[in-house]
Unconditional design. Structure first.
Ligand code: HH2
Length: 258
């Protein structure tokens, strides 16, 4: 899954794709590099980010979605109205970082369009989530919440076969929480749905290189973490550097051969 942030403030690539023509060109490049789908988002969820209005989010993503019609697209939104317009324009998957907790109308939209859905775990909300993340057992808690959100989604008429789950690396989690989740990813695969992992360029990867103030991680660190996540059961990788991920994961798959 290639990342296309149509935002001025994303932590990883803020601003480079804010112009719709640039965003559409990036999306096409990521698909040519081997992405199975591109994830278009108009609201940054980086720690401390302020929410954007529905109108502003639509203003950002609609021209990009129009330019990408006919190509495999995912919409990174928690808003029912944005998801509905994106699905109308041909998006196939709704990537909701709130796992259907942000907008009570979103589940109905996903069900109505029979779309794919990603349910991601987050503790708190982006503005404050990194202030003081706390868990007794982060993996047990993420499993419990994702299981509960999966049951909720199915109860709203979304097909279970259309849903993937995501531990939400960096969403209300310390570096140690993030790595514990990746280390024990097999406990999440036990939920029986495909796992999406988004660790690409995240700050944990910069922090372990020795900079406690790091806001991002490198491509090499991202690829290394993705390969490990693959080996432990992840099957969808949300990544900015698609070409490098495709090469590394192709090699990993040839070795693991499953
Ligand atoms: N991470 C980000 C955004 N959306 N969606 C899923 N399912 N999983 C993730 O890990 C995830 C996500 C944050 O990364 P990015 O899009 O690069 O930054 P920003 O939120 O600042 O736009």
């Amino acid at each position: 899954m290639g990342v296309v942030n149509v935002t001025p403030d994303s932590f990883s690539d803020g601003g480079v794709n804010f112009d719709p023509a640039d965003a559409a060109a990036t999306a096409r490049r990521l698909l040519a590099e081997g992405a199975a789908i591109v994830d278009v988002g108009g609201e940054s969820t980086r720690p401390g980010a302020e929410p954007v209005s529905t109108d502003e989010e639509l203003r950002r993503v609609v021209p990009v979605l129009e330019a990408l019609q006919g190509l495999p697209v995912s919409i990174d939104t928690a808003k029912a109205e944005v998801a509905a317009q994106a699905l109308e324009l041909g998006a196939e998957l709704v990537n909701d970082v709130t796992a259907l907790r942000g907008d009570p109308e979103l589940a109905g939209v996903v069900a109505e369009y029979d779309a794919y859905l990603c349910l991601m775990h987050m503790q708190g909300e982006p503005r404050t989530m990194q202030a003081d993340p706390h868990y007794e057992d982060v993996v047990a808690e993420v499993v419990r919440v994702l299981d509960e959100r999966l049951t909720f989604a199915v109860s709203q008429g979304i097909r279970e076969e259309s849903i993937c789950l995501d531990p939400g690396i960096g969403f209300g989690k310390t570096v140690e929480h993030n790595f514990e989740l990746l280390r024990r990813l097999d406990e999440l695969t036990a939920l029986g749905r495909p796992l999406l992992v988004g660790i690409s360029r995240k700050s944990s990867l910069g922090k372990i290189m020795g900079d406690p103030e790091a806001k991002t991680g490198t491509t090499a660190a991202s690829v290394g973490a993705a390969v490990l996540a693959y080996e432990r059961g992840a099957s969808i990788f949300r990544a900015h550097d698609v070409y490098e991920h495709v090469e590394a994961l192709t090699a990993a798959r040839a070795i693991v051969a499953r």
